[in-house]
Design a protein around this ligand. Structure first.
Ligand SMILES: C[S@@+](CC[C@H](N)C(=O)[O-])C[C@H]1O[C@@H](n2cnc3c(N)ncnc32)[C@H](O)[C@@H]1O
Length: 213
């Protein structure tokens, strides 16, 4: 487990994550683009193309801050499931955003059948996971043919030399993805309609799974 990933397990983080930790660090990393952050959850619902009756998975759901919005979008005939490695985060999710179902588990070994979900999201976590591409392979495995995947992850500043990026990664335990790392993985898995949007030190990537999985 990486250093930053371990920090997410700390019981003192879960209670302050949604209202203080995320708004503070995310807005700093996005150049204080507050209007964008206000729209972020709706943006995720749109990227996932959620509709009533669908089944949606939120990988690394934290305290359920996005999972709850996904649950509202799929309605009472659908199902939203959040999975996270941190027990304090899952306990917080159950206590504060009780609509969805929550599970303690790892993104790198999702406890679901192949093609189980209409849509799969993973926001704010791939850069914490020491094997992010194993997690991405799992995300791809559990989405149904023609289903949607939406990811939000770090993006290395283009102007920094590779050595400086590697030093920051070593010091923080956070991975800085290149602009094409995630889109290329989706495309090579047969995804179509792949989009990439950069906001400061973050990128948003979405795509549609191949019609036949
Ligand atoms: C920064 S929070 C993101 C929460 C939420 N998705 C958001 O965007 O605000 C990162 C979450 O990833 C979880 N996480 C880290 N590694 C994980 C793994 N291998 N499997 C599942 N969750 C993981 C952490 O426990 C933490 O709750």
């Amino acid at each position: 487990m990486g250093l930053a990933q371990r920090a997410m397990q700390h019981p003192l983080l879960a209670p302050v994550y949604e209202r203080a930790w995320r708004p503070l660090w995310w807005s700093a990393a996005m150049g204080f683009d507050v209007p964008h952050l206000r729209r972020e959850r709706q943006h995720a619902v749109e990227a996932l193309r959620l509709a009533p009756g669908q089944q949606v998975l939120d990988v690394a759901c934290g305290p359920g801050n996005f999972t709850e919005v996904y649950a509202a979008a799929v309605g009472s005939t659908g199902l939203a499931v959040g999975v996270d490695l941190s027990r304090p985060m899952i306990e917080r999710a159950v206590a504060t955003h009780s609509g969805p179902a929550y599970l303690l588990g790892s993104a790198t070994r999702l406890p679901f059948d192949d093609r189980a979900f209409d849509a799969v999201a993973c926001y704010g976590a791939l850069y914490l996971i020491p094997e992010p591409f194993a997690a991405l392979a799992e995300i791809i495995r559990v989405v149904r043919p023609s289903g949607r995947v939406a990811l939000m992850a770090s993006q290395a500043p283009g102007r920094l030399p590779a050595g400086a990026i590697a030093a920051v990664e070593r010091a923080t335990g956070l991975r800085a993805f290149g602009a094409d790392d995630l889109t290329a993985r989706l495309r090579s898995a047969g995804f179509v309609d792949v989009t990439h949007e950069r906001h400061g030190l973050f990128q948003y990537v979405a795509g549609t799974a191949p019609r036949t999985g």
